[in-house]
Write a protein that binds this ligand. Structure first.
Ligand SMILES: CC(C)(COP(=O)(O)OP(=O)(O)OC[C@H]1O[C@@H](n2cnc3c(N)ncnc32)[C@H](O)[C@@H]1OP(=O)(O)O)[C@@H](O)C(=O)NCCC(=O)NCCS
Length: 150
């Protein structure tokens, strides 16, 4: 596991294209990222300040709930514990922002998110404002929904 040599920080506008590349590489939707960029985190290696992010994750905030989306680690850095660190960081960020419940949609990483306490739920229980997210209305139509109370 990489325990040092990286940093997790709020995303900045100049990182938008790198984040979209990470999402394309991971085959995840990129719609709406720009609108929610201020609630994204990136994970980068320490060293060269121009280094491309190795990973990203974002929140779409709806009242006191949020959709955790766009969790991606670049394939060459997967399996080193970085996804775990980034998930812990985005959950902590949500907590600091006053979010009470996190939702997510995934058909690729259910067992990964269970490690953090997420459990599968029926979409019906998800608040209407969260369901306005483009992920719910146009994308991930079949993906199981998961929830974590924080
Ligand atoms: C899911 C993802 C973020 C995990 O990142 P990572 O840096 O490889 O994860 P870690 O190294 O912290 O893995 C921690 C553990 O979770 C497991 N794990 C990783 N990805 C998993 C997945 N998709 N499903 C189930 N378990 C997974 C690892 O095997 C590891 O297990 P171990 O502790 O027993 O060795 C990364 O694989 C990824 O970007 N995937 C493509 C995009 C995606 O599916 N995102 C989630 C949907 S939003």
């Amino acid at each position: 596991m990489l325990t040092s040599g990286y940093r997790i920080e709020p995303a900045v506008p100049s990182e938008l294209s790198s984040i979209l590349n990470l999402l394309n590489e991971a085959d995840l939707p990129n719609e709406g990222v720009k609108d929610h960029l201020s609630n994204f985190l990136t994970l980068k290696g320490n060293g060269d300040s121009n280094l491309e992010p190795w990973g990203c994750a974002g929140l779409e905030i709806y009242g006191d709930s949020a959709l955790l989306r766009s969790m991606a680690i670049s394939p060459e850095y997967q399996g080193k514990g970085l996804g775990t660190l980034l998930t812990e960081a985005i959950i902590e960020d949500a907590r600091k922002k006053g979010i009470g419940t996190l939702f997510l949609l995934t058909d690729t990483a259910e067992d990964f998110f269970r490690r953090f306490g997420f459990h599968t739920v029926e979409r019906e229980i998800i608040p209407g404002n969260v369901k306005t997210s483009v992920e719910f209305t146009k994308l991930c139509l079949e993906a199981p929904a998961m929830m974590l109370g924080i």
